[in-house]
Design a protein around this ligand. Sequence first.
Ligand code: SF4
Length: 721
Amino acid sequence: MPNSATPTHCPYCALQCGMNLTPAPDGTVEVTERTDFPVNRGALCGKGRTAPAVLSSQVRLTSPLVRSGGTLVPATWDEALDRIAEGLGRTRREHGPDACGVFGGGGLTNEKAYTLGKFARVVLGTSQIDYNGRFCMSSAAAAGIKAFGLDRGLPFPLEDIPKTGCVILVGSNLAETMPPSLRFFHELRENGGKLIVIDPRRTKTAEQADLHLAPRPGTDLALALGLLHVVVAEGRVDEEYVAERTAGWEDARAAAMAHWPEYVERITGVSVPQLRETVRMFCEPEHAMVLTARGPEQQSKGTDTVGAWINLCLATGRAGRPLSGYGCLTGQGNGQGGREHGQKADQLPGYRKLDDPAARRHVAEVWGVDPDSLPGPGRSAYELLDALGTDIRSLLLMASNPVVSAPRAAHIEERIKSLDFLAVCDVVLSETAELADVVLPVTQWAEETGTTTSLEGRVLLRQRAITPPEGVRSDLEVMHELAARLGVEKGFPTDAEEVFEELRRASAGGPADYSGITYRRLVAENGVFWPCPAPAADGEGEGESEDASLDVVTGDDSVQDDTVAGPHPGTPRLFLDRFATPDGRARFIAVSHRAAAEEPDDEYPVLLTTGRVVSQYQSGAQTRRVAELNAAAPGPFVELHPRLAARLGAAEGDPVAVVSRRGRAVAPARITTGIRPDTVFMPFHWPGEGRANTLTNPALDPTSRMPEFKVCAVRVEAVEG
Ligand code: SF4
């Protein structure tokens, strides 16, 4: 391996910040600035800066583990792989293919997500595959498809943000989740633009806004409807745009007009003057954007809530125009790519639909199988986890830690324990891996090459920078070996670029078309935005791959101009001419306010909302192993208003219990006036007594099947001692 700097990208969130990695003689890896990547221009948050700590961590798995006499003990790779093949094979024989479940992750590269979907459907023949990305942005994806005919997190590059006139940021705390992205919003304000933040908490992001609205959790849908009502009442609808580029306005308009500002004020707690001021700030500039994140999306009405925000953009002519639009700030590292290439229950590669006969034929041909042999759509993530130990008897799990991250987590933990067989691939012994029958230690980001797709829809190449430790193998090798043991000798290559070449063919012609993208282009162009079809002519474009092999590219001098004449440039900005619907028009989604699945009552009078802190990532499986991050964020807490704390008699740091219909969690009080008095907040990164997801409600959105992480009813109690 080279000992010079290798340009690559962060392993964590969907911003996918660029960084250089340099192995040092003592075995450590140095992260250095990479200023050529326009998204972060060298800036990194603490998680990215310390990411190499997990590579050399003492808690890193370097040997397969198998359960023997109730404990996990080291085993050889052959023993471990044989045991997985035997476990899955027996389940398939005795209970049928759908008794085998597969659960993936939004951190898997495109190549791994693609191969995992293929493995489930071709090798196991199961429909029961989904992934933790369902818990991330599925509501925005569903709303985007309904309204625009296509789901890509941002339909424009982040670099457009400073040039617009106003951004409404709904339920996103970028200062903690993606700190380098704040630069775009600072530049927006320096240019005279306005930032409006909508969040029940006065977060670090809200503190930087020109206007902060703090609605009651679970009422963002009513808030968006109230804003649209004001837009109509004040004559701010862009009638020409609505007539030329949209459909369904009358129904959406009627629904919004039923949401009077005074009614919306009663539901949300946001005052009528604040509603009017928001509309003024949003409508006066020539360009404006709405960006949503988990706040409005992780609700049992998440799809409708995002739809209401999209309606606001459409009614004011702020979608599919330069410097204006709606976007979703996808959270997980490869949350975008992970939902495009087949590890989602209803999907085939290229964002094709599993129930579309033409899509099945196309992908089956690439895979060399009979289209009729492909199973149909399966269950969504929570429904799959909830079925473990009942009709799903065995589970293969990659890059996910549902014992911490799933809603109603204590119940899901019990379901996992009731499985006949569980195999987990991970880099550390996560809380879920601790329950497994077999654990396989796998390579991670800096030790392997593969692509991810950022929240901008920019496909990126993460390059192998260091040699993996002795004893670990890649997920691709794992699937190759398991496929062979289960009777499928071909079709599961271990080389990421070979997988990508197949993915290109499988995605060709689909909504997320990667067929014009090669590894070499990704390096030469610092990423390529999809869709990027290969030139149509006679397949010549696909021939580009013949000499596109890539070992490690460390600088411009190793980049060759291997792009054939007329390659597609990629698509940084979508919908400028037409939306991706059959008639090219965007669709309004007529929606009305409805309450959260759980409203406060006498027994559970307070609302709980959950989220993240800057120094931990998702279930914390990796970041909780980094000393510097643990020092900054050592454990869970309950954020509550001084009035609520006074009622409990709780002081700062006192343990308080939060109790929901699903369980009880205890954590130290953090008292702040920055949260509504009727609401408490808990971060969800930790297991054990302070596990926030013990409390959360798995009520599902009817379209996206997103659980309601963001709001449930609880009571808060002082804890003796
Ligand atoms: Fe990594 Fe996200 Fe932090 Fe960037 S913002 S360094 S991608 S965790």
